[in-house]
Design a protein around this ligand. Structure first.
Ligand code: FES
Length: 200
């Protein structure tokens, strides 16, 4: 599958930026959708690109929006499209292509385990089955207590550490065999308010 070509999404005629200005002017009601801090972070990403190519910041903008909202509702993606002056469908293409974007609410901890070949050769499929049995859910599902969502992932570029697992898209965990999985789940449950106590 070919990722969306971000450069091709640029449409200078639709840009909301003023001449020479790289940050996006605040849309009316922008702070109703995202906090001022999130908008500032998006503006910093936009400033990394030429004024007529701020659509190039779409991946970062979506990640920032997701950090704040927890997931990307259609209205959030539409807002990002308006903020960056790009077609909403182009934002949907990016958000639906990459597994790091949550298109529906997830549990507090989203666990994404890589099952591509190098990880599979190091027992990743067995680790995935172990996770399913420990959590009592399958891929794409969330535990009833809302603590964990389990997801199958693609290569994370750390094949030497296989099996590899990501927590909430940001924390990479290496050599995730049953013993390490047990320790991770215990840690994450312990970090939950009230000490957790989900499915086991
Ligand atoms: S195949 Fe799993 S990290 Fe590369």
């Amino acid at each position: 599958m070919t990722p969306p070509k971000l450069a091709a999404l640029a449409s200078p005629g639709r840009s909301l930026g003023g001449p020479g200005g790289r940050s996006s002017p605040k849309l009316p009601g922008a702070t109703d959708m995202l906090s001022a801090d999130a908008l500032l972070r998006i503006d910093r990403e936009v400033a990394k690109y030429p004024a007529d190519q701020k659509q190039s910041a779409v991946m970062a903008a979506l990640a920032i929006a997701q950090d704040e909202k927890g997931w990307l509702a259609t209205e959030t993606m539409d807002f990002v499209a308006g903020y960056l002056g790009m077609p909403a469908v182009a934002v949907y293409e990016v958000a639906t292509f990459y597994a790091m974007y949550n298109l529906k609410p997830t549990g507090r901890h989203k666990l994404t385990i890589c099952t591509n070949l190098p990880c599979a050769l190091q027992d990743a499929v067995r680790s995935a089955e172990y996770l399913k049995s420990k959590l009592g859910i399958g891929f794409g599902e969330t535990t009833p207590d809302g603590l964990f969502t389990l997801q199958e992932g693609e290569c994370m570029g750390a094949c030497g550490d296989a099996p590899v697992l990501l927590v909430n898209n940001k924390r990479m965990c290496s050599w995730m065999r049953p013993e390490a999985i047990d320790a991770l789940l215990a840690e994450l449950r312990g970090a939950a308010p009230g000490g957790g106590g989900g499915a086991s």
